[in-house]
Design a protein around this ligand. Structure first.
Ligand code: OOG
Ligand code: NI
Length: 447
């Protein structure tokens, strides 16, 4: 095909277009981007070792473009079409998250790039939730919600045509790619005109605020777009100075010398004017802001320890008490790259240094990397966690649903049901990290 545009290029353009649109829709997001950029710059200035490490691992360039967004859809067909759209952008479903345990009637996956080069270029991710209508207890309301969802098409006709064109031709031209980005973006735009009357909105809202959010609008509006910071504690404490009110607690692990997994915080959802059918107006809270700090991806062993410690921690009333308590609770978790590596708690990327290159023939498959690292032949850097944490996601959902939403269990996880809706299996995150580590070892001659 002549003049094809790559999936990486389409994703890059789409994430830029999405960020520009969200800045228009939610001006506080622009302020948040400035704050995060300022803090990242000062962290790098004060920490030359981190600066060097990020530069060496191609992480520096991606930092300023790194975002994740979140959307919620209502039907299996919508989810399956999204899978095709994201595939065109080189994003694939990784992991299954059951949020029903936290009283949120959805289950989710994250669409994201999976190979090293694509992640280094632009690791844009979309946390995507599917509403579980079967969890609406009131049967007539459930039927009504299903009927409303059946009637809508959240994709533009041109977007559908470009998806088919991509499937037929195995790619898009530059011009088609640009048009695809424009058309796909429409699905994620905020619409102040609801598709239902005020009464229906309130009936669905009373069942669960999230149900109204998914069912009552003509698209699946992006509900937040999250930049990545290198110091989340600093951003959280500076937010009020920038006119932003953060949620009380930072979710996830405590601050560490070697950051683990993912830490997140958000600011409250906005009250936005809505026009209902039949000429009534009201408000809806949908969109909010979030920031995150990413750390090393944990192995199943590391993750089990993390989950166990976090379960013991509970939640504190204010962030300072909570963080100090978490620091205490996490003491058994080793906090040096060397120990995390030796105890196989986290994944690392191995590289030959220039002197390692010179001694390549002395390195044998099966060699213990540790002495080679000490000799300066091999460097090992943490593999960044690219996924999400269900407990953290639940905390983010909850804080933006209003704290009146108490946790209630909604039955069993239903991964198979989710995959049927999606039209394929979700990828296993641990397998992906293990493959990345193994590939890097192979390049060094260690396996
Ligand atoms: C998604 C919340 C989860 C995260 O970063 O964990 C999430 C939503 O509210 O739709 O985005
Ligand atoms: Ni998020």
């Amino acid at each position: 095909m002549v003049n094809t545009i790559t999936a990486d290029d389409i994703r890059e353009r789409f994430s830029q277009a999405m960020s520009a649109m969200y800045q228009q829709e939610v001006p506080q997001y622009g302020t948040l981007l400035e704050l995060v950029a300022d803090v990242n710059l000062s962290v790098l200035e004060n920490n030359p070792r981190l600066h060097q490490q990020l530069a060496n691992t191609d992480e520096l360039a991606r930092l300023n473009v790194e975002r994740h967004g979140a959307i919620r859809v209502g039907t299996a067909a919508e989810l399956a079409t999204l899978r095709q759209i994201f595939a065109i952008m080189g994003m694939f479903p990784v992991s299954y998250y059951d949020l029903s345990q936290a009283g949120v009637p959805v289950h989710s996956t994250a669409f994201r790039p999976i190979d090293d080069a694509a992640l280094a270029r632009n690791p844009f991710r979309i946390f995507t939730s599917l509403l579980r209508l079967e969890l609406i207890e009131n049967t007539s309301l459930r039927a009504k919600a299903a009927e409303i969802l059946q009637k809508r098409d959240i994709f533009t006709p041109a977007c559908r045509q470009l998806i088919s064109l991509h499937q037929r031709n195995g790619g898009l031209t530059e011009q088609q790619g640009a048009e695809f980005v424009r058309q796909a973006l429409e699905t994620f735009r905020w619409h102040r005109e609801a598709t239902v009357d005020e009464e229906t909105y309130h009936a669905l809202h009373n069942e669960h605020r999230l149900i109204a959010d998914v069912v009552c609008f003509p698209g699946c509006h992006i509900n937040h777009l999250t930049p990545r910071t290198l110091d989340i504690d600093r951003v959280q404490s500076l937010m009020p100075e920038y006119g932003i009110t953060p949620k009380v607690l930072i979710e996830g692990p405590p601050r560490r010398d070697v950051p683990l997994l993912l830490r997140q915080t958000s600011f409250k959802a906005l009250d936005e004017p809505v026009q209902f059918k039949g000429d009534h107006t009201g408000t809806h809270t949908a969109r909010f802001g979030e920031i995150e700090q990413r750390g090393v991806a944990l192995t199943p062993k590391g993750r089990a320890l993390y989950d166990q410690l976090l379960a013991n921690a509970g939640t504190g009333k204010d962030n300072l008490t909570h963080q100090l308590h978490l620091q205490d609770v996490f003491r058994p978790f080793p906090d040096s790259e060397m120990l995390l590596r030796r105890e196989q708690l986290a994944y690392f990327r191995y590289r030959l240094t220039p002197s390692g290159e010179a001694h390549r023939q002395a390195i044998r498959p099966g060699d213990d990397p540790q002495p080679l690292i000490e000799r300066g032949w091999i460097s090992a850097t943490p593999i960044i966690y690219e996924d999400f944490l269900p407990v953290s996601a639940a905390g983010i959902f909850q804080s933006n649903l209003g704290n009146e939403t108490q946790a209630r269990s909604h039955g069993n996880a239903s991964k198979t049901q989710f995959e049927t809706a999606l039209g394929c299996e979700v990828l296993d995150e641990f397998t992906l990290y293990q493959q990345t580590e193994d590939r890097s070892k192979r390049r060094c001659g260690l396996v």
